[in-house]
Each structure stands twice: as C-alpha cells, then as structure tokens.
Write a protein that binds this ligand. Sequence first.
Ligand code: SAM
Ligand code: SF4
Length: 434
Amino acid sequence: MNEYDSNRIKDFTKKIGYLSTTKIDEANCFVLNTCHIREKATEKVYHEVGRVKKKFRNKEKPIVLIVGCVAQAEGDLLLMREKYIDAVIGPQSYHNINDIILAIESKKKIKLNYTEFDVINKFDEINLNKNTDSKVSTFLSIQEGCDKFCKFCVVPYTRGPEYSRSLDEILKEAKQQVDNGSKEIILLGQNVNAYKYNNKRLSDLLFALEKISGLQRIRYTTSHPKDLTQDLIEAHGDCKKLMPILHLPVQSGSSRMLKLMNRNHTIEEYLKLIEKLKIKKPTMKFSSDFIIAYPGETDKDFEKTVQLMKEVKFINSYSFIFSPRPGTPAATLKEIDGLIAKKRLAYFQNTSNDVKSEYRNQLVNTIVNVLFENKVKDENKYFGRDEHFNSVIVESNTKLSGEIKEVKINNCNQNTLFGEVVSASKKVKVEYAA
Ligand code: SAM
Ligand code: SF4
C-alpha cells in the first residue's frame, strides 16, 4: 500500500514541478514513506534523516517530509527529536502535500503535523489526478483502514476506520492503469475483502474489472478470514481473470491463541474456508502471515501452528516474532522469553521452507503461464510471475515485458523458478510427452 501511496504522491507533486530522481545528491525534497507495523520503524526514520543530513552538510537544506504510519503514530515525537524534519503527514492526509511543500518553499509559517483521518477528501483528490503508473503489474488501493482491532495491531490507530472507495472511481482508475500499459492489477486494502460500497462487495468489483479489455489478471490482498464471504468464494471459481492464489493471514494454528488475539474465528472455520475455495477452484494455493510467540503461546499452541503449515502447505509465508506496538492492548502483555521466541521462529521457518521447497521442486518440468514484467538489468533475461505469484526468470533475446507466455520450468531455488519459453513446436512435444 505504501508503494501505491508513494506513486500517488509522485503524481500529486508533479503538478508543482517536482519529479522523482534516483540521484540522492540532486534531490531538493525528500519524502520518506514509512511503515509502523513492527518495531524499529521510528529508528529507521532517524537513520534515514541522518543520511540525508550528512549528504547535505555543506549544501542548502532540502525539504524533508515524513509520510505514512510512523508519522501518524509518532509524528510529534519525530518533530521534537529531529529538527531537520519539516513536517509529518499521516497516510490519510497526503493529498495536502503540495500545499505543504509550497508553504515550506516560501518560508511561510505552517503547522508541522498533518495527521487528520481525512480519507474522503484524500480519495476525492486522488480521483482528480490521473494515475500514471505504467508497470505491467500495478497496485490499486480500494479499501483502507480497519475496524477489527486485533490486540497486536496498530493499523486501526494509524490508518483509521474501514473506508471503501466507490466502484466507479476504482473502475476509472483501473482503466487509466490499463491504458498506461498495465496488464495485472493487484487490489489493495488493509482488509481488502471487507470492501463494501453501497450494496457492492469485492466480488461485484472483481466481475466489473474482468470486463476491462486489456486487463489480463486480477489479484487482491490482504484478506481477513472473517470477511471471506460465500460470494467471494464463488468468484474464485467464476471470475476467469482472478488468479488462483489467496493470501489469507491466519497468525496462529491454535484457536486458543486466535481468541487471545481477537481474531474472531477458529482454526476449524479457517480450514473450512480453504476447503470451500479448493472445491470451487481445485488449482487454488494459499499464502499466509504468522505471528510467532504471541504472549501466552505455549509449546502446544506453537506445535499447532507448525501442524497447520504442514496441513495447508502454504506456498509462501511471512512469519515474525510478536512485536509489541505502542498503544495496542497486547503491548502491555508479558512477552515470551526472547530465546524461546527465536527458537520457535527458526523452527517454524525451517518447516515452511521445507514445505515451499517440496512445492517448488514439483514445479520443475511442468509448464506455467507467466506474465512477464521487466527485463533483468544488464542481462538478456526477463522476470515475470506465474498464476500463483511465483517469480520466474527466463533467458530471451526478444522483448517479453507485458506478454503472457507458457514457460517450462527447468530449475528452481527458494525464491525463483528458472525456465524457458515454450515455443509453438516445442509445446506440441511437451504436451505429447505428458
Ligand atoms: N488485515 C490483515 C489480517 O488481518 O490478516 C493483515 C494486515 S497486517 C497490516 C499485516 C501483518 O502484519 C499481519 O498479518 C501480522 O502477521 C503482522 N503484524 C501486525 N502486527 C504485528 C505485531 N505487533 N507483531 C508481529 N507481526 C505483526
Ligand atoms: Fe490489523 Fe488485520 Fe487485525 Fe485489522 S484485521 S487489526 S489490519 S491484523
């Protein structure tokens, strides 16, 4: 979501003559878009500002703006501790960025902290600005905020309450992205499947997007199991452009832990959803997020998480030790001993790597459909993703970006599949052999 926000900030600031640069020395304005989901976020901000300070020691001071969830959660502290920062702007207030920059440029006295939950005005402004992102696979924000209040999570406090954009606005922006050259759209939301605008749900939006000619693939992330309604499950079978993978964070394999976390569902209910999706779409695969060593987690609870990994065979997983976030209910709970937490994380990650390796090795010598995104820098190779979002690299002398090709997988490592584009004649052979 921060990547989407950063692109929109670029589109806004173009209007007042600011362009992005990869050369840090020539920048005269730094916009640091931040994430607050786990620890050390604030420290990273001080570190980055320190880098800028050092670069510009004997030069004119550039404008320095801190945007995003760290600005929202710790804006006053940042302004107090680091005078080099000109203003802090929360994730629902960045549509004000041009006024803020212009005021700083003209040395007007302005307020320094912009952290109102002004989400309606933000999207009104976003709708007035053409989305210029032309990446083959591009993000589109459709829902923001969260009303679920899991005990460990800062999102309800940093992004505010759930808000869904109108279906028409989303379709208009999606068409702009496809006109720019995008072939795949990844719909974004903190709880994207909580999307609800008037009586329209995420499934309605998926079917409406499917009608955009030129758009080849649709994905959405991140979903909450509680909002995975029957209509959405049906859409996985019926919406042809919707890819057969779902990122469905579970956090723990123990229903007791899920209750302590305030997740509002049991493991049995979670497994039932997986089963229903697989019936609707047999090629369906899953990825997930896990919090290891949440306060109160026993060895038995942890074993259940390991068991769940083995049972569902998640093809990708993101696991972190619980990180107490200031202001959340879990922040005051007694933490699990650090050594035990580290051991559990290592064990869990080994298990998930084994599951992943087994899956990836099974892909060797099979054919997958890859949407190619870009050329690998300085090499005659192209990078793309298959339907299950696996990274694929092939060698090619002809341009592949933006094309969907059948690729035979020859090799793999933990992060990438390596293969070759199947030519028409070869294709017959492989099919015959199979
Ligand atoms: N809304 C999604 C859901 O409920 O499943 C998840 C969105 S959250 C922004 C992304 C992930 O960050 C979560 O799934 C969780 O695993 C992780 N996370 C959030 N707070 C955390 C914390 N305090 N410590 C460790 N991981 C955390
Ligand atoms: Fe955070 Fe997701 Fe829980 Fe909302 S549902 S509080 S975003 S983990």
